[in-house]
Ligand binder design. Sequence first.
Ligand SMILES: Cc1ncc(COP(=O)(O)O)c(C=O)c1O
Length: 414
Amino acid sequence: MLELLPPPPTDPLWDLTAEFAADERPERLNLVLGVYRDAAGRTPVMAAVREAEIRLAERSESKEYRGLSGNTAFNRALLGMVLGAEGTADRAAAVQTVAGSGALRLLADLICRTRPGTTVWISDPAYVNHRPILEAAGLRVRPYGWRDADGGFDAAGVLRELSGARRDDVVLLQGCCHNPTGVDPSREDWAALAELAARDGWVPFVDLAYHGLGGGLEADLAATRMLAARVPEMLIAVSCSKNFGLYSDRTGCAIVLGGSSRAVRHAETTLQNAARTLYSMPPEHGAAVVTTILEDGQLRDLWRAELDVMRGRIAANRTDLTTHLSALGCEAQARSLARQKGMFSMLPLSAEQMLRLRRQFAIYGTTSGRINIAGIPGHRIPFLAQGIAAVIGTGADAGAGARTRQSPAVSPIP
Ligand SMILES: Cc1ncc(COP(=O)(O)O)c(C=O)c1O
């Protein structure tokens, strides 16, 4: 049977990560995946997480099956964190999922089971897995532009395009720290989007993966809460991968907001049914960790403080890189960096320039120009800036030990 398989496509980001792992140049810099790294280049376990794990291990009571919604205390805690007063029981329900990706998929299944073939609008560019997840669930995808010619948020263009969305459509919006561009709508832009959704009846589908890492937890959740207060129905995919550092524990939840408690209960059961056929139940560990943190005042404060440190480091990296680029005459790159937010930035560099960064300087970003700002050890920023200056022709040829790799062809990927 397996002999019949045609060569399948592989995942470009993971291919690039493997290519990085095989690169033996000591100066190599991995800015591909959305992972936070500290000043020493490590992705640490947060102290609040470690403490919660110790407490959980000490009282380790049972590993009996959870229900189809996973850990219900976790679901309640995340509803409260994300929606505050809007997360009340008769308006909203949450189902624990296999991280943010699992939430996106379960909610896509919910849309499809409600109305097969629904059109979901996604930004262009979008998170690399949005389209594949939605299409795998059987939905139609329609892109809408995100940035203007100057690289900022294209408020007029987005509102114009989305005024073509129909009542039956769903619009996917990233709640903060847009991946891959780092370009977010302003508060006024979000208000205009909420107004449009309320007027035209399309359903906002908010993807929250970076809350706490842009402008602070409350600020990063403000747009989601504003939308929730304005529209009758809404879907939210929540990831705990980045802001709790629980990448491999696969922790997240799917939230639905509905116009009646009956509709909300039906949606919740539909999500449970979808989970049952995909993986039955989500893993417990990460959800237990998050619940332990959020239910304990001290641990919660510790986590918030650590999150603020991470956010501060990302912002400092951005400022530092901006300053270095500016000093090297890379004005367009410095300008775009300065107004972006969160883990990622999209540099105005061509695919060829990004490939040159990879070949000549062992600096790995995607060919679309995306780099992970949170992945740069602070002392490597001058090296990165010099590499960028060299490929756009404003700097010296990045003296910092650049050695062209004689390896096979580098694949152009998004
Ligand atoms: C915008 C966005 N949504 C969702 C996810 C999925 O995150 P995870 O499944 O690791 O929680 C990511 C991961 O990078 C992301 O960037």
